[in-house]
Design a protein around this ligand. Structure first.
Ligand code: PBG
Length: 332
């Protein structure tokens, strides 16, 4: 596409910016509540809304409070929530079997929300880090993150979540071959309509810090995740990963983090034209909230601008901790 432009003064760009009506009429990309997926942190207990210091305005919710949040999401028209469990160190092991326990916190929460708010889509996270005593997304032996053994564990985890009623599974572990294995297992178990939103292009990022506080993985993590998450310098590799995951049966794909990787979002959308999502991660949220709390930027405006940027970059949706706040603004 090559836009044609008359020379000045026949062309004056300011004509279409003159009034709010003209600006709205000529806006190329817009954000709606349909674009939002709300990540929620859950924990054991009742009546608990536990603040997370590095994520102002975000709480760890006990199951009853998560139900209220789910109702709030549905009431605001947010199409999906995504569940992340905070697990007590006492349930973490090196073998991570709690990850596929049908009675684990996430699976109980899926069933409770599905029963109370059936129209709200529930997305889950597939990775072993909340259950792993060493904080990694995969099983570790002698300091090495094991790929194939981890994939077997992830398949069990995926099936337990699908059995509980999850609508969208989100493998965030970055092991090789997990999408094919999960897809095959889902088909085999009769879960033909469970969608996979693959965290296909997930970078080894410094922006996950507050999330690791939220799920209680910061203290546990030994070393870093660079042998499985992507190098921030890479771009072609993201396209190869997305193509691989699509061929293995992913329905939707994700780029993560969001704002520092908008170039990747655009390349993915232009190359494949598939449902493309970005995760505006905890560190991005914390930066905007933290600066706004100090009066250094206007919080609401920065939030909406950051979310609109994802639409401009070609994303169909955004996982964002701002979801309820943005939805309230969008609904006026
Ligand atoms: C772990 C997982 C992470 C996030 C989502 N799933 C952290 C990590 O890879 O260490 C990060 C989300 C955020 O920072 O908001 N499987």
């Amino acid at each position: 596409m090559r836009p044609i432009q008359a020379p000045f003064p026949a062309a004056r760009f300011r004509r279409t910016r003159r009034t709010d009506a003209l600006r709205r009429l000529t806006q190329e990309n817009g954000l709606t509540v349909n674009d939002l997926i709300w990540p929620i942190f859950i924990r054991e207990g009742t009546g608990i809304r536990e603040p997370i210091a590095s994520m102002p305005g975000v709480f760890r919710l006990s199951l009853d409070q998560a139900l209220i949040a789910a109702q709030e999401a549905a009431g605001l028209g947010i199409p999906a929530i995504c569940l992340f469990p905070y697990t007590d160190p006492s349930v973490k092991t090196e073998t991570c079997e709690e990850a596929w326990n049908p009675e684990n916190l996430t699976n109980r929460c899926i069933r409770a929300i599905k029963a109370a708010v059936p129209d709200l889509a529930i997305m889950t996270d597939i990775a072993l880090d909340p259950y792993n005593s060493n904080g990694h997304d995969g099983l570790v032996r002698d300091g090495v993150i094991l790929n194939d053994e981890t994939v077997e564990a992830l398949v069990k985890m995926a099936l337990a979540q699908a059995d509980s009623g999850a609508d969208i599974l989100g493998p965030s572990d970055m092991m090789d071959g997990r999408i094919a294995a999960i897809r095959q297992a889902l088909e085999g178990a009769g879960h033909k309509d469970v969608a996979i939103l693959s965290y296909s292009a997930k970078y080894a990022s410094a922006f996950y810090g507050p999330f690791r506080d939220a799920v209680g993985a910061s203290g546990a993590l030994k070393g870093d995740k660079k042998t499985y998450q992507m190098d921030p310098g890479n771009s072609d590799e993201a396209l190869r990963l997305i193509e691989r995951d699509l061929r293995e049966g992913a329905d939707m794909v994700m780029v993560k983090p969001g704002m520092p990787y908008l170039d990747i979002c655009r390349r993915v959308k232009d190359t494949f034209g598939v449902p493309t999502y970005a995760y505006q991660v905890s560190g991005e949220y914390a930066m905007i909230k933290g600066a706004a709390e100090r009066g250094w930027i206007k919080g609401e405006a920065a939030m909406m601008e950051s979310l609109l940027a994802f639409k401009r970059a070609g994303c169909d949706g955004i996982l964002t901790y701002f979801a309820p706040e943005a939805a309230r603004l969008l609904r006026g």
